[in-house]
Design a protein around this ligand. Structure first.
Ligand code: ADP
Ligand code: MG
Length: 746
């Protein structure tokens, strides 16, 4: 008999072959399939008449195919189809539409969804690239009932046109029939009643096949009680897991560091400047945690340049002065090395001799072995290295504090692994991020972490002058570079690609091209959306040729920047070569660094006053902000020039305008969140952010808050029978293991 955890392979209509396709979409079980929710709905209960359409609106209509033809224009083939209702007709156009030839027959009924456009030639309306579905001929066909005469769910395809909406509808419909009365509840009944949320089974049913009368606007906004119920459930289990995790950790033994006069003197001695108020507060919060016997789990959030490093270093000295080891992990070799050099320099101010060890991939085996031995035998106080390296093989003698720099590169999952170090006591962990996650979101998402924020930049910084410039004015920009270098400053020039004009290189984090209604159905999740737009944009427009770091390095060296000392830095250089280039730039031996986004995170060269980003329209907001943060670190007036090339989409215009308007990371993050969704704000998929099935953190922030307070209530003051509570705990364990890959929840 079918159950929620039955493999989809055993569902009627799905065999091993389709199951394999579904697996790629991470649909393994019956439950996964039921949680493939419609991304929109069509009102085919009251279909719109062609006569009442209004230009500019998104509409769904049912009409009869009257005829179609493939127009071969000079730029592309366009498939044109005329549909009609009685005497009224409408045209539909699909660019590059050869694939539609022969698909429609006159007399067929089709459901169309798209934007209504005025049409000059016919006085009728037209739709460009509408989504369509050919309706079944035979009204007696059982499936017909799922297609018309109701509010019809529209799904993102699970595999080409075969596993598209119609197929999904049938499968889900029969699943829901077969499982009638057998979909177990996952939340305590009293909680549901108090919150006015429907039980799980009826919620699932209503989300797939909304009863007549459900307001369309609520459906499209995923705001029906049924939707809210499923979203709440997902967020509740996330929050519950985080909350329990945090509480459990609080009960584990940690180190209670002391801060006596000697410790205070040690951390005071190294300060090269007066800390900002924000730095003082953050350090006070961190030290208060460290003094407590329970393990610290704290997130230090501070915009680029806000001075996180020194705060971390002071915290590490507290651990070291207490006789423990500290570790600082960076996401890249460049950053680890930079930290090592900077930390060594700062610690020279101290009257003490601290022992620092650098551990990165480019050390040779013997050096690595030596480093590890020193760490194991407590012959080093402070270990600085790349995350991967320290994580993998290092055994500490008495690790007291771990600092993880630039957390958004690691993701939540790694963070959990890191915390399991074989030790009688749990080391304290400080995670640092420059991603200005809006506070409310941070609190809910990192519910297992405490939060300190550096919301103040060190004094003496002049604001960065940001300008958007078309690359037709490149001459002026290169002149600015020459002038800055003449003044003794340095510059970065950043390109989206390494060489050639391929835009498929892994280090890229392109912003999604602007949304336009596409010919195929598209998903509701940010990440999926961006891929389908991208494919589409490629097919619709000539692929723009992109300037690359390597090519421009050669070209600038020969022309506009001839005579200046140029360096080239990108992700495909060997690690030691990267380091050499970076060090030469840091020492001032390179005037202009031509690079890809590898320089994005954390690189600190205060003498650099100019950041030029070519193809700025191709970068995401978070990335632009990170890049700009590389300059304006010293006292000199700094510039950020956003050069654009060719057609700039409205969405890109909006990003660039925001960059020019403000330098406030939180403001930009808030906008980014709205434009792209949280997955992107956190640095795309590497973020390790849970991939929600139903929830959307931008849309569902209120439900996230509710889930957070309900999870606390469930732990402190649970409702429902013991059996129900046990069910929640079991479910939590499964959900966390399965969804977030975490073994320890429960
Ligand atoms: P981030 O938060 O981006 O990691 P850093 O720690 O690299 O920032 O600091 C950026 C720059 O600001 C560094 O050159 C650092 O020496 C300097 N800095 C940090 N704090 C202060 C301060 N309180 N006063 C003056 N300069 C500071
Ligand atoms: Mg930093």
């Amino acid at each position: 008999m079918l159950q929620l955890d039955t493999s989809v392979q055993f569902v009627k209509g799905i065999g091993p072959q389709i199951a394999a396709t579904l697996k790629e979409k991470r649909i393994l079980t019956v439950e996964d399939l039921l949680f493939h929710l419609p991304f929109r709905y069509e009102d085919r209960l009251n279909p719109r008449s062609l006569n009442e359409l209004v230009p500019g609106e998104m509409a769904s209509v049912i009409a009869e195919v009257r005829g179609s033809t493939l127009l071969r224009t000079r730029s592309m083939p366009i498939f044109e189809m005329t549909v009609g209702q009685g005497t009224t007709a409408m045209k539909c156009l699909w660019f590059h539409g050869s694939y539609l030839e022969g698909k429609f027959k006159s007399g067929q009924m089709v459901a169309l969804y798209g934007k209504v456009e005025p049409s000059r030639s016919t006085r009728a309306f037209k739709m460009i690239q509408p989504q369509f579905e050919i309706l079944p001929d035979n009204p007696d066909d059982e499936a017909h009932l799922l297609e018309v005469g109701r509010i019809t769910p529209v799904y993102e395809s699970l595999g080409g046109s075969r596993l598209a909406s119609r197929w999904i509808r049938r499968i889900i419909y029969s699943l829901l029939e077969e499982l009638r009365g057998q979909i177990p509840e996952t939340l305590p009944t009293p909680m549901l009643e108090r919150l006015g949320l429907p039980v799980r089974e009826s919620a699932l049913r209503a989300v797939h096949f909304p009863p007549a009368g459900t307001p369309m606007s609520q459906l499209q906004a995923s705001a029906t009680p049924a939707h809210r119920r499923l979203i709440f459930e997902e967020l509740f289990y996330l929050e519950l897991g985080l909350d329990l995790k945090r509480r459990r950790l609080q009960q584990r033994p940690g180190f209670a560091f002391e801060t006596n006069d000697q410790v205070r003197e040690a951390i005071r001695q190294i300060l090269p400047f007066h800390p900002t108020g924000a730095q003082k507060n953050a350090l006070a919060e961190i030290v208060a945690d460290m003094r407590r016997p329970s393990p610290m789990r704290r997130l230090l959030q501070g915009d680029v340049g806000s001075g996180k490093t020194i705060v971390a270093l002071q915290a590490m000295l507290v651990a070291i002065e207490n006789g423990y080891q500290a570790a600082l992990m960076a996401p890249t070799e460049i950053l680890a090395t930079q930290h090592y050099l900077a930390v060594r320099k700062i610690l020279e101010r101290s009257s003490k001799r601290y022992r620092i060890t650098l551990l990165t991939g480019s050390l040779d085996e013997a050096e690595k072995k030596l480093a590890r031995r020193k760490i194991f035998h407590n012959q080093t106080d402070l270990v600085i290295g790349t995350h991967a390296l320290i994580e993998e093989k290092v055994e500490f003698n008495n690790l007291g504090l771990v600092v993880v720099d630039e957390q958004h590169r690691f993701g939540v999952l790694q963070r959990f692994r890191l915390m399991k170090k074989p030790n009688a006591c749990e080391p304290d962990v400080l995670v640092m991020t420059a991603t200005p996650i809006p506070r409310s979101l941070a609190l809910s998402l990192y519910g297992d972490l405490d939060l300190s924020v550096l919301d103040e930049l060190p004094p003496g910084r002049t604001p960065i002058i940001t300008r958007q410039v078309s690359d037709e004015r490149a001459e002026d920009v290169w002149k600015l570079v020459r002038d800055e270098v003449k003044k003794g400053h340095q510059a970065y020039v950043v390109y989206p690609v390494i060489e050639g004009s391929k835009d498929d290189q892994p280090e890229l984090d392109f912003a999604p091209p602007e949304p336009e209604p596409g010919p195929e159905s598209r998903g509701q999740k940010g990440s999926k959306k961006s891929t389908s737009y991208k494919t589409k944009e490629k097919s619709l427009f000539e692929k723009p040729s992109l300037k690359s770091a390597s090519d421009m390095y050669e070209s600038l060296r020969a022309t506009h920047l001839a005579g200046l000392r140029l360096g080239l830095l990108h992700g495909r250089l060997r690690p030691d070569d990267k380091e050499v280039v970076m060090r030469r730039f840091q020492r001032g031996d390179i005037d202009v660094l031509i690079a890809t986004t590898v320089i994005e995170v954390g690189v600190d060269v205060p003498n650099a006053s100019l950041m030029i980003i070519e193809h700025a329209e191709r970068f995401g907001l978070a990335q632009l902000h990170q890049l700009r943060g590389r300059v304006g670190r010293g006292a000199a007036k700094s510039y950020c020039i956003l050069m654009t090339s060719g057609r700039v989409s409205p969405a890109a215009e909006e990003r660039l305008a925001a960059m020019v308007r403000t330098q406030n990371g939180f403001e930009l993050a808030e906008l980014d969140l709205q434009l792209r969704g949280p997955g992107e704000v956190f640095g795309t998929r590497q973020s390790g952010l849970p991939d929600f099935r139903v929830a959307n953190l931008v849309r569902d922030r209120a439900l996230l808050e509710l889930a957070k307070s309900e999870s606390a209530r469930f732990i402190e003051n649970p409702e429902g029978s013991e059996a129900e509570r046990q069910k929640v705990r079991t479910r939590l364990k499964e959900a966390w293991q399965r969804r977030y890959g975490l073994v320890e929840a429960g």
